[in-house]
Design a protein around this ligand. Structure first.
Ligand SMILES: Nc1ncnc2c1ncn2[C@@H]1O[C@H](COP(=O)(O)OP(=O)(O)OP(=O)(O)O)[C@@H](O)[C@H]1O
Ligand SMILES: [Mg+2]
Length: 184
């Protein structure tokens, strides 16, 4: 149910929230990091190298275009600008974001358009661990299927995925383990 603590759990796995007990061990390359005790620097490294996070809502930055937002993770990883923009265009095309929106900042986009920009940004760079917070919640059937396909491709590459899904169709299409959460 809404308010059960699902986003809270993902934010805790990502090291945004500090739990009052327990550990969150993330194995990243040869290193194991406890996200509840690691230094800010170590947490940043694990996030940069190993975790892709698609938050529930896009955090829009004024004046940054959709295309630049999506290309950013590849640029941060050292990809050249042309390759990164090319990959971003492919991703946005796949997610049916109209070309007329590519150079516009997403602040005024519809909920589903913002979510598709968010997903494109979160999945553009292959990562060993993906945290997905309701990635299909405000999408129509066609785009939901695109996201399901992208998740399958990530799985095939060997990514571990923790996802939150309200909708049964998407959940059953991607999950091999389901953990129902109730309000505490
Ligand atoms: N500072 C706080 N102190 C106490 N409770 C809080 C605080 N901040 C948020 N909460 C509560 O924590 C609960 C879990 O929030 P969370 O965002 O994880 O829910 P969710 O399961 O993701 O819900 P939704 O399906 O609506 O996204 C909510 O009831 C929220 O109001
Ligand atoms: Mg939530």
């Amino acid at each position: 149910p809404s308010g059960a603590g699902k986003s809270t759990l993902l934010k805790t796995l990502y090291g945004n929230y500090l739990p009052s007990s327990g550990q969150v061990i993330v194995r990243c390359e040869d290193c194991e990091t406890d996200m509840t005790t690691a230094s800010t620097r170590a947490i940043s490294r694990v996030r940069r190298e190993c975790i892709g996070y698609v938050s529930q809502f896009l955090r829009v930055i004024p004046r940054v275009s959709a295309l630049d937002l999506v290309a950013e993770p590849l640029l941060d990883a050292g990809e050249d600008r042309e390759t990164a923009l090319d990959a971003a265009q492919k991703m946005l095309t796949r997610l049916n974001l109209p070309e007329r929106l590519w150079h516009v900042a997403p602040a005024t986009f519809s909920g589903g358009e913002q979510q598709r920009v968010n997903i494109a940004r979160g999945l553009i760079r292959p990562m060993p661990l993906l945290l997905l917070d309701e990635p299909t919640a405000s999408l129509d059937g066609i785009n939901r299927q695109v996201v399901i396909d992208l998740i399958h491709e990530a799985r095939q590459r060997g990514s571990a995925i923790v996802g939150i899904f309200h909708d049964d169709v998407a959940r059953n299409a991607v999950a091999d383990r389901i953990v129902p959460m109730d309000r505490p």
